[in-house]
Design a protein. Structure first.
Length: 163
């Protein structure tokens, strides 16, 4: 940079390097954080590059559970939030696909890889209980894990009924 007046041009000032910001890279590792029969909680990892400008928002797209390959905007997060809870229109046991973009002041990233997530359903029934020890004050039972699995969500309790 130089300064100019009627007498001429000054010497050049020191130079600096300026890098123009670009769009961020795509968010990574979109995955289910948790799910139940009426919700899916998603999370993702931040992009490897913010493009030289802070991430301001994320947008989550889904295919409405139709597996059509057509994705529509589901929601926008505000700020650098990397989590979203979907609580409407969930069908227990249905398969949903999601993808996410990151946004900075320059623009929108490419889509993340597609995440395929199954909404939790009822767990399978546990195996038949078997008595493995007893006394005059207690009976201890054991059973096998449900053959049909946990339904896509952690089993938090077992209820034992007797008559």
């Amino acid at each position: 940079m130089t300064a100019v007046n009627g007498r001429g041009e000054s010497q050049q000032s020191n130079s600096i390097s300026i890098y123009a910001a670009t769009i961020p890279s795509a968010p990574m590792n979109v995955r289910k954080l948790d799910s139940g029969s009426t919700f899916i909680a998603l999370t993702w990892d931040i992009p490897t590059s913010n493009g030289g400008s802070p991430i301001t928002d994320y947008k989550v797209y889904w295919d409405l559970g139709s597996a059509s390959g057509y994705f529509e905007l589901l929601t926008s997060t505000t700020g650098n939030q990397q989590r979203f809870n979907l609580t409407t229109d969930i069908i227990s046991g249905a398969i949903y696909t999601f993808k996410v973009v990151a946004i900075n002041v320059v623009g929108t990233s490419n889509f993340s890889s597609i995440a395929t997530i199954t909404a939790a359903r009822l767990p399978g029934k546990p195996g038949t209980p078997v008595e493995y020890s007893s006394s005059t004050t207690e009976i201890k039972l054991r059973w096998t894990y449900p053959v049909l699995g946990n339904g896509g969500a952690n089993i938090t309790d077992y209820k034992v009924y007797w008559d």
